[in-house]
Write a new protein. Sequence first.
Length: 219
Amino acid sequence: MKLLLTSAGIKNTSIHDALVDLLGKPVAESSALCIPTATYPMGGPGSAWRFITGRATTPMCELGWKSLGVLELTALPSIDAEQWVPLVQETDVLLVNGGDALYLCYWMRQSGLADLLPSLRAVWVGLSGGSMVMTPRIGEDFVGWKAPSGSDSTLGVVDFSIFPHVDHEDMPDNSMANAEKWAAGLLVSAYAIDDQTAIKVTDGAVEVVSEGHWKLFTP
């Protein structure tokens, strides 16, 4: 599976180039589905609207895709699979908004999207919580919405955790020092990445793409 795990979307040329490399063709020739679901517990409908319409500060949907649709995970359990599964199987990229990673994980499982992941050809482009959902754990510091299991576990598609928005000027708690403390409570390797950094994963091979700063913590 091909993943581009970002802190704040396609923020610079290096991350954009990594996206095109994963797609194997230009953005303008690629179909996309965006997933706003994670934003609802934290930002509500307004945040979802800004993401979909490209009015956020985290470039994803506004990149000039050949086509763009919305895949709302909370709706999927109530409609027939043939209404949405073929679209997901045919799309080139899934653009996954940030927000609450545990809420997103829950609805990925409830909707059946999590089960489809191993068979999809689409590139998964995550933004903050949309990236964290692919990790084994998010750590207690990032638990907001409470999962029925009471756990901070997520999908575990990759074998490392992610601390996004490190040293962000509007997020004083997201310091590198706090990231190090957070990582010390995990049993897996973990990356602290700023908004100019992404993690590119191709069939298990991991590459950090950055015009900013980041750090890898090992247990």
